[in-house]
Design a protein around this ligand. Structure first.
Ligand code: NAP
Ligand code: MG
Length: 403
């Protein structure tokens, strides 16, 4: 078989630990034999981030702005213990945080679903994607704890000299006060990313806040979404999808009774809480994919899980591990599909689809990594090592591509 051609390179962001090992295995088994791979390679592994004083992370984000599509391996976010383990010069920031800030992007998390793994919610038939606004609210708050009676006020001093003052509460005893903010610009970027992504995957978009109670703050979110939606209205209609706004409590109830298959845009705190609930209810962190979408349509695909440290330490001792590569494979297939669509390369899009189908073929025949074995119902699964699992996928991919 002649290898599938690419025109624009993908931005390839390598990573750490067990996922770095899987990264190479996936390329060797499932990509390089079939695709004439073009990437701009950035090593975001912690040793090289340290060596370049994290410049490599910034370079990789700039490359994503330039080329439009990136695929990222999981990376270590250093903590005190990693400082000594890797002999670091500094406790470098989370690469994901840096990239997200530079692209001003929103993260969309979608579970990979298979018939043998049943969601905890029996109505759910299709994946639910959560989009979490990643700026402000309680995550950038200012808090005060008081010990005596007094008055708390909210004061805004405008650059023009305008002054707005509101009494928050007259305390007759000790209490707590919290100030939070968001910006029109950030809410608007969030809205653009959500509408763009909904069009991309042709799924209806839900958004919910508590604007009946928080008339100005949450009301602003609702109004900006409505305003930005006007730019996408015709495209939504043509794609046969909808934008649906409701109250957050109504949304939660409806999500539970729905069959899935939509995107749920959440304010920062709602997204934090709901993404953990939704992903747990769908089954496994190892089957959760993630894509960062910028308001101007740049994409960075990755797995939602981390570097699977516990498995890596086993690997270092020479043990074969059964780490699940699905979410990392789907990061690659997502990136190839998007690159293929942007560059008008139907063969590359087809390869991405066939790669995902070959994964499903393998899982549906009961060939799985060990994390999935206990979750499977209605089949007799066989637990494989990562490499055995990848080789089974490869066999099926070869048949599908006629290679
Ligand atoms: P983790 O790497 O996601 O792993 C947590 C546990 O989940 C694993 O020990 C494993 O359970 C299970 N698991 C996750 N992915 C799996 C897979 N593909 N196959 C099988 N089992 C899987 O989270 P962590 O241990 O909290 O973090 C490890 C490192 O990853 C940290 O340094 C953190 O900074 C980093 N991290 C990076 C990202 C990112 O780059 N996007 C995200 C999160 C964390 P068992 O051990 O029970 O088998
Ligand atoms: Mg959380």
């Amino acid at each position: 078989m002649e290898k599938i051609k690419m025109t624009t390179p993908l931005v390839e962001m390598d990573g750490d630990e067990m996922t770095r090992i899987l990264w190479k295995m996936i390329k060797d088994e499932l990509i390089l034999p079939f695709v004439d791979l073009k990437t701009e390679y950035y090593d975001l592994g912690l040793p090289y981030r340290d060596k370049t004083s994290d410049q490599v992370t910034i370079d990789s984000a700039n490359a994503t702005k330039r080329l439009g599509v990136a695929v990222k391996c999981a990376t270590i976010t250093p903590n005190v213990q990693r400082m000594s383990e890797y002999n670091l010069h500094q406790m470098w920031k989370s690469p994901n945080g840096t990239i997200r800030a530079m692209l001003d992007g929103t993260v969309f998390r979608t579970p990979i679903t298979i018939p043998s793994i049943h969601p905890a919610v029996k109505f759910w038939k299709k994946p639910i994607t959560i989009a979490r606004h990643a700026y402000g609210d309680v995550y950038r708050d200012v808090e005060i704890q008081t010990t005596e009676p007094g008055v708390a006020k909210l004061v805004f001093e405008g650059a023009s000299g305008e002054r707005i003052e509101e009494v928050i509460h007259e305390f007759s005893g000790p209490g707590v006060i919290e100030g939070m903010h968001n910006t029109d610009a950030s809410i608007r970027s969030f809205a653009h990313s959500c509408f763009k992504y909904a069009l991309d995957v042709k799924q209806t978009l839900w958004f919910a806040t508590k604007d009946t109670i928080s008339k100005k703050y949450d009301g602003r979110f609702k109004a900006i979404f409505e305003e930005v939606f006007q730019e996408y209205k015709d495209a939504f209609e043509a794609a046969g999808i909808e934008y649906f706004y409701t109250l957050i409590d109504d949304a939660v109830a409806r999500v539970m009774r729905s069959e899935g298959g939509f995107i749920w845009a959440c304010k920062n705190y709602d997204g934090d809480v709901m993404s953990d609930m939704v992903s747990t209810a769908f089954g496994s962190l190892a089957m959760m994919t993630s894509v960062l979408v910028s308001p101007d349509g740049k994409y960075e695909y990755e797995a939602a899980h981390g570097t699977v440290t516990r498995h890596y330490y086993k690997y270092l001792k020479g043990e074969e591990t059964s780490t699940n590569p699905m979410a990392t494979i789907f990061a690659w297939s997502g990136a190839f599909r998007k690159r293929g669509e942007l560059d008008n390369l139907p063969e590359l899009v087809n390869y991405a689809n066939q790669l995902e189908q070959a994964c499903f073929d393998t899982l549906n025949e009961g060939l799985e990594t060990k994390d999935l074995v206990n979750l499977s119902e209605g089949i007799t699964p066989k637990g494989l090592t990562s490499l055995e699992f990848l080789k089974e996928i490869r066999k099926r991919l070869e048949v599908r591509l006629g290679a």
